[in-house]
Design a protein around this ligand. Structure first.
Ligand code: AQP
Length: 325
């Protein structure tokens, strides 16, 4: 099994990324060949400070290594250091229809937030398909928001295979039990790096974590029989950060109609602090050795580029781009 996934260096990694994807990245090490990428080409689709980008890539690498990505078991690399990603993007863009790209929810949402809608934002799913297919990955650990992109990846792969001959496997998603963490300040929206006040970052201090959980929205409007989105989100987080007995305890309270939000939030906040503090500690230790991080990224890029070159040689052959070769 070959596993591929990526994360954008668009800001600090948050508990949504952690619970929805990174936990599976770590767990799947040993299940197959793991290739994990900091996808900086994707991050060009929204406005950013160029001087900030190297630091953001370094920060993402630190977070991932601190979470447990082991360079002995996984290849952790920077996407732009393997330019074949963009070459395959062009090829796949000729296997994608405008109609398919137009249906992408993420494009609709993200294009509403910017004044200038660049074509990269529109063709983002093709670059993501290229990321995965370049390595012929069959399993992709992602959060729920990426399922639609993975679905079109399979469509592009199928179309390429039927036109030019069997080349790419159709990759399948692998989700955690918390595939969609909602914003703490607005549980009707996805927790997101770019949605202010919505997220707890892996690098946040204990005080900041406790404050965020304490302020999390629970009930708004009239009470109904159904669990509110805010409380549901807290239960999802409880399942990620707390032991099963704790979840069962609060579930019983909820069913008996005597759940105290204050107690739920205090317990969740403390369990989150207990999980994230060691990650933060490891992160600080790693941050003291920046050249080692660069070595890991370079060596991984060198290794995965071999695979990328092999795929592109096969793709060129299948496309008939072979004159005078
Ligand atoms: N709220 C979430 N719940 C569960 N999983 C999530 N993921 C993102 N947000 C949640 C998963 O994390 C992985 C990496 O995401 P990404 O950084 O590549 O892109 P994103 O989905 O665009 O993340 P953000 O935080 O929403 O970033 P911005 O604000 O920059 O757009 C993916 O597997 C994703 O599913």
């Amino acid at each position: 099994m070959r596993i591929f996934s990526g994360i954008q260096p668009t800001g600090a990694i948050h508990i949504g990324n952690y619970a929805g994807a990174i936990q599976n990245w770590v767990r799947m090490q040993g299940e197959g060949e793991c290739l994990y990428s900091i996808v900086d080409y994707h991050a060009l689709t929204i406005p950013y400070e160029t001087a900030e980008m190297p630091r953001r890539v370094q920060e993402a690498a630190l977070d991932l290594l601190a979470c447990g990505i082991d360079p002995e078991k996984s290849r952790l690399f920077v996407q732009s250091q393997v330019p074949e990603h963009t070459e395959l993007t062009w090829v796949l863009s000729c296997c994608a229809s405008i109609g398919e790209l137009n249906r992408m929810t993420q494009f609709k949402e993200k294009s509403e937030r910017v004044d200038f809608i660049n074509a990269g934002l529109f063709t983002y799913p093709i670059l993501m398909a290229a990321d995965i297919l370049l390595y012929k990955a069959d399993t992709v650990p992602v959060g729920e928001d990426q399922l639609q992109h993975l679905e079109v990846t399979r469509v592009f792969a199928r179309r390429f295979n039927s036109q030019f001959g069997e080349t790419f496997p159709e990759p399948q998603p692998r989700m955690t039990t918390a595939p969609r963490i909602m914003a703490l300040n607005d549980p009707t929206r996805k927790m997101s790096k770019s949605l202010e006040g919505s997220a707890i970052m892996l690098s946040d201090s204990d005080e900041v974590i406790l404050r965020h959980v304490k302020r999390a929205v629970t009930d708004v409007g009239a009470k109904t029989d159904e669990m509110s989105p805010g409380v549901k989100n807290l239960f999802t987080l409880l399942k990620v950060f707390s032991p099963a007995e704790t979840v069962a305890h609060f579930q019983e309270q909820y069913e008996a109609g005597n759940l105290r939000y204050k107690e739920l939030k205090e317990t969740l906040g403390q369990d989150m602090v207990d999980t994230l503090a060691p990650i933060r500690q490891r992160r600080e230790e790693l941050a003291a050795r920046p050249s080692q991080i660069c070595e890991i990224l370079h060596e991984s890029a060198r290794q995965v580029r071999q695979l990328a070159r092999e795929t592109m040689a096969e793709v060129r052959q299948k496309l008939g781009l072979t004159a005078c070769s």
